[in-house]
Design a protein around this ligand. Structure first.
Ligand code: ZN
Length: 235
């Protein structure tokens, strides 16, 4: 499989604490554990021309992973529209953590994608709500992340097609944390963990879920959906 990991790559360059956790950027940490699984993995970042994205590049990859937070507004609308188009044609798309507010995810959802949040470094428990789902394989009933930003309901999204993980937090909040959506020919997975000031993408269980998700999101059929005017069939 060929995977593209996109990262805005701003926190790691500005904040020493984040840089210490991800010296080569979040994108390269994610790329490394996916390469260890035998995938071909490319990376792209916001500072590159056109965000490092082109139609030819997106046509060549099976799955696009997206991490963004403070620079959603710097992604040109045309780039977001291109990602949306490619997902509708069949490219897999995985939105991580604060990518709930990224332009491509919001285009694909059609809602504000707002959620409740607080940042106290509380623990998070991720419960496998659908243990039979391919994305939950290798995960026990739940796994714990020692410190994470708290995301809570309400989460303003359309009803997910499948809810794979539900999170609970030290403050009693709950959140739909691992969600599958089908849009056109494409598959989308939203996954909550990944606040930049904690070593979330070094966590073995988080890596397991992302590894499972890229396999699940791999295109099975990839083409623009044709809905032509047709002649009556003669039987
Ligand atoms: Zn965050």
């Amino acid at each position: 499989m060929k995977i593209l990991v996109w990262n805005e790559y701003r926190h790691e360059c500005k904040d020493e604490k984040v840089h210490d956790i991800y010296p080569d950027g979040i994108h390269n940490t994610i790329a490394a554990f996916l390469r260890a699984d035998g995938h071909e993995v490319l990376t792209a970042t916001l500072p590159e021309e056109n965000c490092g994205l082109s139609e030819a590049l997106l046509d060549s990859v099976d799955v696009l992973i997206w991490w963004g937070h403070m620079c959603h507004g710097e992604v040109p609308d045309a780039v977001a529209a291109l990602v949306q188009k490619k997902v509708l044609e069949g490219m897999g798309f995985i939105a991580l953590h604060s990518a709930h507010h990224s332009k491509p995810f919001k285009l694909l959802m059609g809602t504000s994608c707002n959620l409740s949040w607080r940042e106290d470094g509380d623990y998070e428990l991720l419960w496998a709500a659908k243990p039979s789902h391919p994305i939950a394989q290798g995960i026990d009933r739940y796994f714990k992340i020692a410190h994470e930003e708290t995301y809570g309901e309400p989460f303003d999204i359309p009803e997910p097609d499948e809810t794979v993980f539900i999170s609970s937090y030290a403050g009693g909040e709950v959140f739909r944390a691992g969600l599958c959506f089908y849009r056109g020919n494409g598959r989308i997975f939203y996954f909550q963990p990944g606040h930049e000031t904690y070593p979330i993408y070094h966590d073995e269980n988080v890596q397991r879920v992302i590894k499972n998700a890229v396999l699940w999101a791999k295109p099975t059929y990839r083409a623009p959906l044709e809905c032509p005017h047709v002649k009556k069939i003669t039987l």
